[in-house]
Each structure stands twice: as structure tokens, then as C-alpha cells.
Design a protein. Structure first.
Length: 342
């Protein structure tokens, strides 16, 4: 733990797209931000779950991947110099004697600020892991729960386990670059989009991949290097040779220590008003998928709107003596100077 805490105007818990855009909206109003995220990089769910899958509903961008959206947001907020604390979880929140909020992370980082913004999506994403003995020894080397870089799997003998959209999407998308591709699912019925299922079955029929109706039983290999996965099928046990296992059994979202912050919760979501997106605790806001209110839509663009209105009220806490002047970036020379475009 450092000798003295970091000091800033706003602490943002969560560095996903909505948390990143909040930096922009706060920066336009002269507020500095520190961001805390359990991941080792920005982007949140976009970067963790679908960095190379297309997103179609970002205004004025007809198509972009989760990673491209993250990169664009990082470039947009660069003029405001946010400070990131990656690989950390906000563990405790207290009010100091001088009225500031003090956040301490699980690694001992201490940050004080006037305003707290919770932009933690649905919480921390934890993959549902297959119940296989010795699984941990292979994780990160031969066993994965997401695809962050497709190139990592080029020329590999890949076995994908699962029957949902993620499993089927990556089966179809990775198949052209792998040495061999196989899909294993406990039944010949899938929860994925019908078009993707049809593409998978066409690949099986043409000999481009194999489909196994079976359940995972055992990993075979050594020193983290997978050689085969033993499965249990209708006719007994057998081995599927592979050097990579991608297990897509879904994710569990855990709210984590945020649930202990003393904020009113409704089914693990944080109720807010629709004027300021403030919680029942003054000075603490919640934006993005973590909040709830009548008519809530869990869309990135909705989170962007929430960040803008949140920033207006945050200004009143950070600068109680200043009058808030609403300005447009298209016409304000002051805002354009902040953005470095004047």
C-alpha cells in the first residue's frame, strides 16, 4: 500500500465502453478520473468476450469489433489523461472525515475522490469451468474460455466444447485457420443461432470438421500441454486428439465487493434515477448494465447517454462553487481546446 492515497475528482469502477466514455464526458467538464478494473486491459466485456466479433449498433459506426470500439474510445479520451488501475478489484468504500470517498482495492491501492461512478457492467465475469480433474494446469496454455486473438489458434488442433452462440460462432470462425476442428456437445441440439448451426453442420458434412455428441471426461497431456480429451459418448469412452480446448459453458457474473458498499440493490442491480443516474447514496452514481430503472435497455449507447447526464451532476459535487455552463463541442472553442482540435 502506498504511503499516501491517490487523489482525483472521480473514481470510475469499471473500464468497459461506458466507463471509458464517462472519462470523456467528465473531462469536458474539467474533472479528472481514475479507473479500476479487474481485467488487465480496458474494454470490459467487449474486450474480454468478443474482441473480434462485430458490433452493429454503435451510432454512426456501421460495424466495428469490440476491440476496435475500445481502441476508438481510448483515443477519444487520451486528451484527458485518465489513470488506470488494471488487474484490481474495488474492495472497500468509506467516507473520509473531509467528505471524500476512499476506495481501497484488493491489491492495496488507495484512491480518494469526490464522486464515485460504478460502471461495472454486470459485475466480474467468471467462466463456468468444466468439472475436470487437473484443469488448472492447462489453463492459459492449452485450455481457454474466450478468444482474445484468433491468430493464437492458427494451425492448432482445436476442440470446442459447448452448444451456445459462443461455441458455435467460434467453431465456424476459427475453422478455416485451424489444422483440425472438432465440436463436442452433450446432445445433438444447439442453443445457437440457426444459421450458425447450419454452417457448422455443412462443415461436418463436407469433412471440414468433426462433431461429437458426448461429454467431457478427462484431459490427457503433461506440463500444461494437451494431447487429447477423453469423452463419454453413447457407445462408451474414447479420446479426441487435440492440443487446444476452448470451453464455452457460459459465464457467471458476480457483483463482488460492490454489493457491500451500502448501496440499495435490486436483484444484483443498482437502482438509479433517470435525471442524474445517481444511487440512493449522494455522490455515488451507476451507469451501464449495472444499473436499473423503468424502461432500462442494456445497450452500450444507453450507457453513453447515462454517462453524459451523470457528468452534469458530478460537476456540481466536484465544483459546488462554479456555475455549470452547457456547451457544444461543435461550437465551443473552450471544449475544442481541451480536445486539442482548436
Amino acid at each position: 500500500m502506498s504511503d499516501s492515497p491517490h487523489s482525483t475528482d472521480v473514481i470510475i469502477i469499471g473500464a468497459g465502453p461506458v466507463g471509458l466514455f464517462a472519462v470523456f464526458e467528465l473531462g469536458l467538464l474539467d474533472m479528472k478520473a481514475h479507473l479500476i478494473d479487474i481485467l488487465d486491459y480496458p474494454g470490459g466485456q467487449c474486450a474480454e468476450l468478443y474482441p473480434e466479433k462485430p458490433i452493429y449498433d454503435i451510432p454512426a459506426i456501421s460495424i466495428c469489433t469490440g476491440q476496435e470500439l475500445t481502441d476508438k474510445l481510448m483515443a477519444q479520451i487520451e486528451p484527458f489523461g485518465p489513470t488506470f488501475h488494471f488487474g484490481q478489484m474495488a474492495e472497500s468504500l468509506i467516507k473520509t472525515d473531509d467528505g471524500k470517498w476512499r476506495v481501497t482495492t484488493d491489491t492495496g491501492t488507495v484512491i480518494e475522490a469526490t464522486v464515485i461512478v460504478i460502471a461495472a457492467g454486470g459485475g466480474s465475469f467468471v467462466p463456468k469451468k468444466p468439472p475436470l480433474q487437473g484443469l488448472e494446469a492447462y489453463e492459459g496454455e492449452s485450455v481457454f474460455y474466450s478468444v482474445r486473438q484468433m491468430e493464437r489458434f492458427r494451425g492448432k488442433n482445436v476442440l470446442i466444447a459447448g452448444g451456445g452462440d459462443s461455441a458455435l460462432d467460434w467453431t465456424v470462425n476459427l475453422q478455416p485457420m485451424t489444422k483440425s476442428m472438432a465440436l463436442v456437445h452433450r446432445r445433438d441440439d444447439f442453443r445457437a443461432a440457426p444459421d450458425t448451426v447450419n454452417k457448422m453442420r455443412a462443415l461436418v458434412e463436407s469433412g471440414g470438421m468433426a462433431l461429437h455428441i458426448a461429454q467431457l471426461k478427462e484431459l490427457k497431456g503433461s506440463d500444461g500441454k494437451l494431447e487429447a480429451v477423453s469423452v463419454k459418448g453413447p457407445d462408451g469412452d474414447y479420446d479426441i486428439p487435440c492440443d487446444t480446448l476452448l470451453a464455452f459453458f457460459g459465464l457467471t457474473m458476480k457483483l463482488g465487493p460492490v454489493a457491500e458498499f451500502g448501496i440499495n440493490l435490486d436483484k444484483n442491480l443498482i437502482p438509479v434515477d433517470t435525471e442524474k443516474f445517481e444511487t440512493d447514496v449522494p455522490g455515488i452514481f451507476a451507469i451501464g448494465d449495472i444499473n436499473t430503472y423503468p424502461g432500462k435497455l442494456k445497450l452500450i449507447l444507453s450507457g453513453f447517454h447515462e454517462a453524459a447526464l451523470m457528468s452534469q451532476q458530478a460537476f456540481r459535487y466536484v465544483y459546488p462553487e462554479r456555475r455549470l455552463r452547457f456547451q457544444y463541442t461543435t461550437s465551443s472553442s473552450d471544449l475544442q481546446e481541451k480536445l486539442g482540435v482548436s
